[in-house]
Design a protein around this ligand. Structure first.
Ligand code: AMP
Ligand code: MG
Length: 406
């Protein structure tokens, strides 16, 4: 049995980012940049006004004998146009926010600090002295031509899309989304629309995993449920090997019908199949042909937790993310954890910030078949291996499931 850390390291060592594809900018949301984004232009591309006001020579704003200077308005420049003349000493031009600063001018004074008889007036009084550069946004102040603005591996959100649009990237190279085949196993497992019959349970894992896979950024494909026969599994796997990753649930422990391991040996290889953790000891990792296979446990809570710990980082690595793992924080475990496990225990909990601490409340019965222990859980408290008991008020590390990866 290997540790969670060793398992994760060995799994990730086998995973490489997928190929690159070009997507139109509006479709790039949620994808991962497959190339560095280097500015090809200065942004702003030209020095422009930060205010509606008057472009002038800053030295012309100095009062004369305590009197505000009076400048001759020779014209105006609106956003989207360029001035047809230069600003000369003793003159000024009206200017709008975003309009290029006319040649000659080295400052803009906002309209509120000036006085004119009327909007059409040819003369304006300058009520305050301004320094060179006042209200001017210089070319390249934000981004410089040649500057690396975004790094490959960055997830594209609305703000990155804004930057890319600014730089004129109408389409962008991103890493392709992995196609993930999801396969349930077990003669007892029936589909969600079927009525329960004696001995049968509904397939929750495939639906839960489909949603979790999609949330991780991949394209899930549910392949239904294989019966507990080698033939049935073989047939499902012929379809599954079209994908980038296969995720199964059930059929990987030590029972007579735990056939996923057999198929892995027959059609590929098993790298390992047990991890020192709870819930979820029977996690198998290997390959079917060249396709990585993550065999998750059948118990729904185990499947959910092991997907978070192993499946999600795998998908993120395939997606080219530079940040693979969830953040951990120290939490005060309000109600303690008394059921002692020799294996590393991931206890579902709700964590919130309270009076200067993160405090955690466990979500009740932690059996790996108790699906309701997932409800309201936004964190996994890590109880170290070796039978550690957490008393109420003890501090422990928790993995934050609703914080972004680091
Ligand atoms: P196994 O690892 O196949 O022995 O399954 C362990 C437990 O998980 C058993 O109680 C199964 O009935 C249950 N189980 C297996 N697959 C599913 C599934 N797709 N949905 C819900 N429960 C499952
Ligand atoms: Mg089974």
């Amino acid at each position: 049995m290997i540790s969670v850390e060793e398992a994760l390291e060995r799994i990730l060592a086998e995973i490489t980012p997928l190929t690159t594809t070009q997507v139109p900018l509006p479709e790039a949301l949620g994808h991962v940049l497959a190339e560095d984004v280097i500015a090809q232009e200065d942004i702003p591309p030209f020095a422009n006004s930060a205010m509606d006001g008057f472009a002038l020579l800053s030295q012309d704003s100095q009062p004369h004998d305590g009197q505000p200077p009076l400048l001759h308005i020779t014209g105006g420049v609106a956003a989207g146009y360029v001035a047809d003349q230069a600003v000369k000493p003793g003159t000024t031009m009206r200017i709008m926010t975003g309009a290029p600063v006319p040649p000659g001018a080295d400052a803009v004074i906002q309209v509120e600090l000036t006085r004119s008889d009327s909007p059409e007036s040819e003369w304006v009084e300058i009520l305050e002295a301004v320094a060179p550069g006042n209200n001017i946004r210089p070319a390249g102040e934000d981004m410089r031509r040649g500057q690396t603005v975004l790094l490959r591996g960055t997830e594209i959100g609305p703000w990155e899309i804004g930057i890319l649009a600014t730089l004129g990237w109408a389409s962008i190279a991103v890493t392709r989304r992995p196609r993930v085949a999801i396969l349930g196993t077990g003669d007892e497992v029936i589909d969600v629309h079927e009525s329960l019959r004696p001995g049968k349970i509904r397939n929750s894992n495939s639906y839960l995993l489909e949603a979790a896979v999609r949330r991780a950024g991949a394209e899930p494909q549910r392949l239904g449920v294989a019966h507990d026969t080698v033939e049935s599994l073989r047939e499902k796997f012929t379809e599954a090997i079209q994908s980038d990753l296969i995720i199964t649930s059930g059929g990987v422990s030590v029972g007579d019908f735990d056939l996923v391991k057999n198929i892995m040996t027959e059609q590929g290889e098993i790298h390992f199949w047990r991890i020192n953790m709870r819930p979820g000891k029977p996690v198998a990792f290997g390959h079917i042909g060249k396709v990585p296979l993550l065999g998750l446990p059948g118990n729904p809570v185990s499947a959910a937790v092991t997907f978070e710990l192993f499946g999600r980082p795998v998908i993120r690595k395939m997606l080219g993310h530079s940040r693979l793992l969830r953040q951990q924080v120290d939490v005060v475990v309000q109600d303690g954890v008394s059921d002692r496990a020799m294996r590393r225990h991931y206890v579902r909990a709700h964590v919130k910030w309270h009076n200067g601490h993160f405090i955690a409340h466990t979500t009740g019965n932690q059996g790996s078949h108790i699906m309701t222990s997932l409800l309201n859980a936004n964190a996994l408290i890590i109880v170290p291996e070796g039978g550690t008991e957490l008393h109420p008020g003890d501090t422990a590390k928790a993995i934050m499931l609703d914080w972004p990866e680091v």
